[in-house]
Unconditional design. Structure first.
Length: 302
């Protein structure tokens, strides 16, 4: 099997490429003009201009699209918002249209999405059938998913993996929360009662592999651990694993004043998501519980 992967230098992309190659699959990377470490067989593309090497995509069995600007930032400036949107929507549209125009199309396009599409939903249980929420992230996510339509119209199976924040030794959520907790100044955000979805990196890779292989899987697929926890539970679990205290909240007004919409939509937003399609498909999570997942990630990050 020949698999093309975009975003191959990111946390998920690098792990996926290594996992596929370990199983003997042929992997080709979609690389942008500024990429320095070009490898034989790499497919050149430029999401901003819409340029792509169509010939390199010919004959691929599957395409996994993971490229996109990180949402992590101190503040979402106008330029940051533009980069977040264009990297996802324009890049996906470029790739989907290129796939649709091939004479030998892949059988499946697996495109990254985000649980952020649901917005702030409180206690509501959310799965693939739940409608998008309101806000910047839900709007971008909706446009992002819609940009896959040219590939679907051409008869390519499209699976959109709505990723929860990924837990790994190298993931931003672990790296950014570890230091303040170690210093004894870490705390939950606001009331801490809002739900924080999460998923272990190994289960992201396992879910993508399942989406590639399982012909009956299409449309949105929630990729989040089945154990739902609140932000307070998440922070206190990390603190226990680090053997540090976490006894006071970081007030929501301070977070909103200092971080703006990033705080509102990423730190203080509640998404109680359930990975319904994965569970119905018989997927067995490798790390279904938060405590051992954080324990492994924190030990590896030392």
């Amino acid at each position: 099997m020949r698999v093309a992967v975009s975003g191959s230098t990111g946390l998920v992309g690098a792990a996926l490429v290594a996992d596929l190659r370990a199983d003997g699959l042929e992997v080709v990377r979609l690389v942008r003009p500024a990429t320095r470490s070009v490898q034989p067989g790499d497919i050149r593309w430029d999401p901003q201009t819409g340029d792509i090497d169509h010939s390199g995509l010919e004959g691929t069995d599957a395409v996994v699209h993971l490229a996109g600007e990180t949402i992590s930032a101190l503040r979402w400036t106008a330029k940051k918002r533009q980069r977040i949107r264009e990297s996802r929507v324009c890049g996906t549209d470029t790739l989907a249209r290129a796939i649709a125009g091939l004479s030998q199309r892949p059988s499946v396009l697996v495109c990254a999405g985000a649980t952020g599409i649901y917005g702030n939903r409180g206690e509501e249980r959310l799965d693939e059938s739940s409608p998008p929420g309101e806000g910047f992230l839900p709007r971008v996510s909706t446009q992002w998913e819609a940009a896959t339509q040219p590939a679907a119209d051409a008869g390519v199976r499209v699976a959109i993996v709505r990723l929860a924040p990924v837990i790994d030794s190298q993931s931003p959520v672990v790296a950014r929360m570890r230091l303040p907790i170690m210093l004894g100044i870490g705390g939950w955000f606001g009331s801490g009662r809002h739900y924080w979805p999460w998923v272990d990196l190994a289960d992201v890779i396992g879910s993508i592999r399942l989406a590639i292989a399982r012909e009956t899987l299409s449309g949105p697929i929630v990729v989040a651990a089945p154990e739902t926890v609140t932000n307070r539970e998440f922070v206190k679990t990390m603190a226990r694993e680090l053997r540090r205290p976490a006894i006071l909240p970081i007030p929501a007004p301070i977070l909103r004043a200092s971080l703006g919409d990033f705080a509102r939509e990423a730190l203080l937003s509640s998404q109680r998501v359930v990975p319904r399609k994965l569970l119905d498909a018989g997927y067995v999570f490798r790390q279904p519980r938060l405590a051992p997942t954080l324990r492994a990630a924190l030990r590896s990050s030392r």
